[in-house]
Design a protein around this ligand. Structure first.
Ligand code: ACO
Ligand code: ZN
Length: 175
């Protein structure tokens, strides 16, 4: 599923008159730009093969925001986890938000909202029961954003991050 040929323009968001932004699927050529943003904006870095495997397996919900010069200014990536329920043979599918970031000069324009809205619609097609994510307890900005999308904290994962910070495990039902 998800070859580069599947890449399509999902929407054109003229979010700000001066900064027309295109939201589209990530391709192999865009990965370098995504990794650069991740390294700049988030302390959690992943090896190249990790991004590549998300691109290969969950391409439809791996979205990027590009500016008019086709420079990547934001990204979002998800994976689907199959979790066996403790009390039955049922498998529960969870859409797991792996990472989202927007470069500083392009924040507060609604890019994260656009990335979340479109990618949640895409990942839902995998028949998931809920959307889940971890976020640093100090990341007020991101927590605010997730609350807007009806995520609520289910529990705290203690010392989840390498530097010892706790994570909120946030969940949103996929109706
Ligand atoms: N202060 C408070 N709330 C904020 C702020 C802020 N500075 N910025 C965004 N928000 C919240 C608001 O609720 C906002 O809605 P509003 O504008 O209607 O008030 C909502 O987020 C959406 O704002 P957007 O403009 O769509 O968000 P933006 O494009 O600026 O990106 C993001 C938000 C991704 C959190 C950005 O700040 C960022 O890249 N931060 C660093 C990386 C990061 O922390 N990523 C999340 C890690 S957790 C994970 O990836 C699972
Ligand atoms: Zn996670």
């Amino acid at each position: 599923m998800g070859t580069d040929k599947d890449t399509k323009t999902i929407n054109f968001n003229n979010i700000n008159g001066n900064k027309p932004i295109l939201i589209r699927r990530c391709t192999l050529e865009d990965l370098e730009g995504v990794i650069e943003i991740n390294e700049k904006e988030l302390p959690e870095d992943y090896p190249y093969f990790f991004y590549k495997s998300i691109l290969d397996n969950f391409n439809e919900s791996f979205l990027i925001a590009v500016d008019s010069n086709n420079i990547v200014v934001g990204y979002i990536m998800w994976r689907v986890e199959k979790i066996p329920a403790i009390d039955s043979l049922k498998i529960s599918n969870k859409g797991h938000l792996v990472s989202i970031a927007v470069v500083k000069g392009f924040r507060r324009l609604g890019i994260a909202k656009a990335l979340l809205t479109q990618s949640m619609q895409e990942i839902k097609k995998r028949i998931i029961d809920e959307y889940v994510l971890e976020v640093r307890v100090s990341n007020y900005t991101a927590i605010n954003l997730y609350k807007k999308f009806n995520f609520s904290t289910q529990n705290i994962k203690y010392k989840y991050y390498r530097d010892g910070e706790n994570a909120y495990y946030m969940v949103c039902k996929a109706k």
